[in-house]
Design a protein around this ligand. Structure first.
Ligand code: DC
Length: 236
């Protein structure tokens, strides 16, 4: 079974997808983390300059050596993103990567590389996958598709609080500009742009709590798939 959760940035996709995974015994896959990890690799290799220009040939040449995966951290009780075996969970969430990831995610060869891996990951079980093109490109045949949205102000505020909580020095204006810029690039790129498919259920959570959103989505998944399985061992 595949549940696709697409939508704008900072709409709470990963928060609710993780909770739904735990409730229904699905494996959660964060595809944004995969684009972030490739971006981090490009930055580390000096393939993105100060203006955000990407050395595409250089990146294409090294993709074969880039392994992105997830490892379950027993202590923290959550899965963490790995880049060539190293845990990079913290680093990929910072502004340095956030500022450049949309440019990297707009490259066709990067998308082809990661979409292939995402399809592979879903072979071995039931998954809930969050991203921008899951229902439209990666799994057009997904059993249930959601499209998450919330007002830009609410999203910027959530992201701002998240960064502050992590001790990042950043202004609300900077965060709002980053959220808006990423949404623009993500929706206007040629390959796999963010778009709502007709069969996706729109979830506008501007005025909903996380619990309300999860309840609603779990209800829809159950209705459509007949899946009951509370806590069947899903890992997030
Ligand atoms: O969900 P996120 O904010 O972690 O995603 C990071 C970036 O990666 C975002 O700018 C859009 C891009 N992305 C994408 O293009 N396709 C996906 N399936 C997931 C994320």
């Amino acid at each position: 079974m595949i549940v696709a959760v697409d939508g704008y940035s900072s709409t709470g996709k990963s928060t609710v997808a993780k909770l739904i995974a735990a409730r229904l015994g699905l494996t959660y896959i964060d595809t944004g983390a995969m684009y972030r990890a490739v971006t981090l690799e490009a930055l580390r290799r000096g393939l993105i300059d100060g203006e955000g220009r990407i050395d595409e040939e250089g990146l294409r040449g090294c993709l074969g050596e880039v392994r992105v995966g997830f490892r379950y951290n027993e202590e923290r009780g959550q899965s963490e993103t790995c880049l060539n075996g190293e845990t990079v969970e913290e680093e990929i969430r910072g502004m340095r990567v956030a500022d450049r990831v949309s440019g990297v995610a707009a490259l066709g060869f990067v998308r082809e590389f990661l979409v292939g891996q995402q399809r592979e990951m879903a072979r071995s079980g039931d998954v809930i996958m969050d991203g921008r093109d899951i229902g439209s490109v990666v799994f057009p045949e997904a059993e249930v598709k959601f499209f998450m949205t919330a007002s830009p102000e609410v999203r910027a505020e959530r992201r701002y609080r998240e960064l502050l909580a992590k001790g990042t020095e950043v202004s609300y204006e900077e965060v709002k500009a980053n959220v808006e810029k990423r949404d623009y690039i993500d929706s206007h790129r040629e390959v796999g742009p963010l778009r709502r498919t007709e069969d996706a259920v729109v979830v506008d959570n501007s005025d909903m709590t996380v619990e309300e959103v999860v309840e609603m989505m779990v209800g829809i998944i159950r209705e459509r798939t007949g899946r009951r399985g509370e806590k069947e061992g899903g890992r997030v």
